[in-house]
Design a binder for this molecule. Sequence first.
Ligand SMILES: [Zn+2]
Length: 261
Amino acid sequence: MSRWLLFSFAVGKGAAAWCWLVTGAPGLAWIFFFGADLLVLYHVFVPGAQGLLRVVTRFQTQEREVWLTIDDGPDLHDTPRILAALAQHEAYATFFLIGEKASRHPELVHAITEAGHEIGHHTNTHPVGSFWCAGPRRLAREFDMAMAAYSSAMGKGTVRCFRAPVGIKNLWLGRALRLRRLTCVHWSVRSWDSTARSPDDVADRVMSRVGPGTIILCHEGGRLHPAVRVHAVTEILKRLHEQGYRCVLPSAEQMRPSIRS
Ligand SMILES: [Zn+2]
C-alpha cells in the first residue's frame, strides 16, 4: 500500500475516533470511519487505481505502437488461430495465461514463446470472486504454481508482467510482485469482447480509443460468443494495420512510472 493511502486511511480512522469521542458527532464519525474503508476498496477494485501498487496502464512511445494483450488462455481452439493472425500481420502480443490451463496445454505455451510473443502471469486458477481477499499464503500458491507451469513449458523468454483477474487487486499483491520481480500491467482500452456479440462492435470500441502507447485488453477461450472468439482479435489486427499501428512488446523502460495513466 502506498504511503499516502496508508496515511489517508489512518487519518480517516483517527478523525472518526475524534468525532465520536471528542466532538460527540456520531454521524460524522461514521462517515470518516467507512470513508477510509471505501478509499482502500476503491484502490483494490478499480483496475487502474494506483494506491496499492504501481499499475502500468500505458507505455511510452512516440510511434504508432500499441500493446495487444490477450487474457485467459491458452485455449486449444483459439490460441493457434490467434497466433496465425498475429503472424499474418507481423504483430506481437502478450498472452496472460491461467496457470492451470497452461499446465494442461504446455505445447501452446511453447508455441506462443517460439513465435516471439510473451507470456504474462494471470494467476493459477483465475479466482475472480476471491482474489481480492486472498491471504499471503494463497497468493503465493497462485503465483508459484502458475509460474512453475509457464517455466516448464516456455521455449524462451521470461515472465515479467502480471495481470490480476478482471483487474481486481489485493492488499498483499505489491509485496508478492516485488518478491517475484513482476510488474502489474492492466490496460488503457478494454475491448469488452467477453460480453460482445459482434467482432465489429469490439473493433469499433477499441479503434475509437486507440493511440500511441495504448494497452489493449482482449480475451480468448470458450467464454466468448462464438461470433467474437478469435474474430474480434483478427478484426482489431486488421484495422490496426490499416491505420499504421504496430503491435509491439514494450521494454521495461517504456513501462516506467512517469507514464500518464
Ligand atoms: Zn482474466
